[in-house]
Design a protein around this ligand. Structure first.
Ligand code: NAD
Ligand code: LMR
Length: 338
């Protein structure tokens, strides 16, 4: 009996629930854009996550192949594939967490905002499906430009009457991952020991690393601050240029998305003190959305932490970040409300 793509089982087998050991708690996770450069390694990593009991892989192309491949891994999650718009609702029904890496990536010379025209519509359609089929799911938005796609998602959910700001999270983890790596190189220590808060948004000057708050604490020279800020803000462009037309960060992004999704699932499970940076609805500044550290819990982003003390360099960076962010947020809002 060949396996059924959607159930992940052949009809003569017992249902997956009979095979799982001792009814271990697990969450249902969907990846939308699962056959893409980020989607495939992210699917691999989520299939390895013991908190995931069911993994739905949705894409408009190649979902069956990726699903067949991933489903052979002897880890706990049951994998099901969904291909194309007619299967979106089945992909989303019952999900606890939906991760969205669907959309086109940059090529050299492009800004993330240049992706708006294509990706805005993709995110709108997917979020309409979420509002209809799993309105209580936590949503992780990866598709760029994140500074606009998160406001788009919020407006779609508002229109549908399902918006809960705690459950909508823009994924900025890659900025933190990069910052930790680059700062560790300068400090000459293990990157796993470093924690750099990165606030603001996810594009150019809106990416604001708070080097004055690095843990373990360290005082940097002004040359080091300038080098690190520039490298962290342009980390995405560094990869886009190195890939020379073949896309943007996919592997480090899948790692970052899996790290963030795992934090969301640990929060949903009720673990204490799960804290990550994320681009969320916020009152930390006068802007409606802003990335800061958030505490993740059973209902999503349960606590949004303030910026903490900033030095003069960071205060200057914050003003620049807010100016660009305000425009990107408004562009996303208008896409739905205009
Ligand atoms: P990719 O082109 O390799 O993959 C995108 C996938 O989305 C493809 O498989 C495509 O078929 C699918 N897709 C397109 N339209 C769809 C739809 N309507 N429904 C479902 N799936 C659809 O691109 P990638 O490298 O995986 O990047 C994806 C997105 O993530 C880009 O917008 C990129 O800019 C963004 N990104 C964000 C971050 C971040 O830090 N937030 C980091 C890296 C990339
Ligand atoms: C990144 O930071 O790597 C992503 O936002 C992709 C990009 O276009 O840079």
């Amino acid at each position: 009996n060949p396996p059924n793509l959607q159930t992940g089982e052949s009809s003569s087998l017992r249902p997956a629930s009979c095979r799982s050991k001792g009814g271990a708690p697990g969450f249902k996770v969907a990846i939308l854009g699962a056959a893409g450069g980020i989607g495939q390694p992210l699917a691999l990593l989520m299939k390895m996550n013991p908190l995931v009991s069911v993994l739905h892989l949705y894409d408009v192309v190649n979902a069956p192949g990726v699903t067949a491949d991933i489903s052979h891994m002897n880890t706990g999650a049951v994998v099901r594939g969904f291909l194309g718009q007619p299967q979106l609702e089945n992909a989303l029904t019952g999900m606890d967490l939906v991760i969205i890496p669907a959309g086109v990536p940059r090529k050299p010379g492009m800004t993330r905002d240049d992706l708006f025209n294509i990706n805005a519509g993709i995110v709108r359609t997917l979020c309409e499906g979420i509002a209809k089929c799993c309105p209580n799911a936590i949503v992780n938005v990866i598709s760029n430009p994140v500074n606009s796609t998160v406001p788009i998602a919020a407006e779609v959910f508002k229109k549908a009457g399902t918006y809960n700001p705690r459950r909508l999270l823009g994924v900025t983890t890659l900025d933190v991952v990069r910052a930790n790596t680059f700062v560790a190189e300068v400090m000459g220590i293990d990157p796993r020991e470093v924690n750099v808060p990165v606030v603001g948004g996810h594009a150019g000057v809106t990416i604001l690393p708070l080097l004055s708050q690095v843990k373990p604490s360290c005082s940097f020279t002004s040359e080091e601050i300038s080098y690190l800020t520039d490298r962290i803000q342009n980390g995405g462009t560094e990869v886009v240029e190195a890939k020379a037309g073949a896309g943007s960060a996919t592997l480090s992004m899948a790692y970052a998305a899996s790290k963030f999704a795992d934090a969301c699932l640990r929060g949903l499970r009720g673990d204490a003190d799960v804290v990550e940076c994320s681009f969320v609805a916020s009152q930390v500044t006068e802007l409606p959305f802003f990335a800061t550290k958030v505490r993740l819990g059973r209902s999503g982003a349960e606590e949004i932490f303030p910026l903490g003390p900033l030095n003069a360099f960071e205060r200057g960076g914050l003003e620049k970040a807010k100016k660009e962010l305000a425009e990107s947020i408004q562009k996303g809002v208008s896409f739905i409300t205009k």
